[in-house]
Design a protein around this ligand. Sequence first.
Ligand SMILES: NC(=O)C1=CN([C@@H]2O[C@H](COP(=O)(O)OP(=O)(O)OC[C@H]3O[C@@H](n4cnc5c(N)ncnc54)[C@H](O)[C@@H]3O)[C@@H](O)[C@H]2O)C=CC1
Ligand SMILES: N[C@@H](CC=O)C(=O)O
Ligand code: NA
Length: 442
Amino acid sequence: MPEGKPNSAGPIRVALLGCGTVGTEVVRLLTDQAADLTARIGAPVVLTGIAVRKPNKHREVPAELLTTDAAALVASDVDLVVEVIGGIEPARTLLLEALRSGKSVVTANKALLAEHSAELFEAADASGADLYFEAAVAGAIPLLRPLRESLAGDRITRVMGIVNGTTNFILSGMDATGASYSETLEEASRLGYAEADPTADVDGFDAASKAAILASLAFHTRVTASDVHREGISAVSASDIAAAKGLGRTVKLLAICERVTETAEDGTTKESVAARVHPAMIPRSHPLAGVNGAFNAVFVEADAAGEMMFYGQGAGGAPTASAVLGDLVAVARNRVHGGRGPRESAYAGLPVRSIGQTPTRYHISLDVADRAGVLAQVAAVFAEHDVSIAAVRQEGRVDDASLVIVTHAASDAALRSTVDKVGGLPVVRDVVSVMRVEGEEQ
Ligand SMILES: NC(=O)C1=CN([C@@H]2O[C@H](COP(=O)(O)OP(=O)(O)OC[C@H]3O[C@@H](n4cnc5c(N)ncnc54)[C@H](O)[C@@H]3O)[C@@H](O)[C@H]2O)C=CC1
Ligand SMILES: N[C@@H](CC=O)C(=O)O
Ligand code: NA
């Protein structure tokens, strides 16, 4: 259907690709809320087929709609394709096919969007179809629509928060009850929070994809997952959590997307963007410290609006399906009444900086010999590498002591070589914990 042309012909015909945790809930909401959806859209929604891989698996969905031929379903007479399969292929090929033939797409697939949004948007533009993906970042929380639409008149400078429910569930469990990493991960999978391969969660790939999507929207620049510095939580130990607690902090996996403005000597300014995902210690008084379980929370800072916080359920079948349905209604309304949602906006084309160019603060906890001069030796190594110390705490025990150091902002490379050298000092028994620090005054 050409762009903007209203569909007064009848119902909105929808194909659903995938029927796992999210897909099942999408079908439930479409069924339970059919009358309200019809009233809100101005036309009934008809689910014409559900593409699955295992048709004999028990599901609470109409069996007669199931098909294993996703390509044929996409090629059939539908207005809208909802994709909740996940992963790159076959989702990419199916959605390109749908968009090229003028069918609008709603997807929750952050992995795909963080790698292939350019070709997906190109295909959507060529046919005048819509591409909506609110569920792809922070589950139920309306975040992408505010960035794409509500804040389109402002200048966003920073987007920072917790965007992965599984890792937040694990870290808050470790912090609150000392629960083990593996037990909590199993529970997160059972509750439908984790990705099909939970490595995507714990190694930070999922959060990095989300950071790429957020940075692209916030800074009108194409940022892909490979542009995002990524560290997961698999190296976060019970000692890190204990060290954080001892300092009135907690550990969270953060996604941080920043607009960086540098002023040259001649007064000219140069802008770039930086995006990173890593565990960080934050003060327990910080609003993100109280975000527990599978909840997500994201701060957005913009020049005119100031600071905003978006909070809610970031994972799980029903919360994610809520976001999918919201997009489905928006796209269906566009079909019924004419018009089209926003296109990709990558006009700014800002360069993306590497983490090496983005200084951060660090917490380092060392087991050291309890003897005079240890602090001086350790401090000398920091000075030698130009890593400035902001605070030091030393606690003596009978024959050894712990030394906790918090640095001022330092580059990743400088910090790594400092820690390597400090770890080799004869007076240092063990480097107990090294972690970035966020959310405090510099
Ligand atoms: N579970 C959650 O909390 C959230 C998930 N998402 C995203 O939503 C998407 C779906 O996630 P879940 O429902 O949790 O995953 P899931 O693994 O529970 O469901 C995916 C389903 O797709 C099926 N599938 C795989 N290949 C297929 C194919 N070729 N044709 C038809 N079906 C196929 C699988 O058998 C599975 O049943 C993913 O992109 C995920 O990243 C986004 C936000 C939250
Ligand atoms: N696996 C993801 C699901 C939602 O995006 C998460 O844990 O956040
Ligand atoms: Na969302």
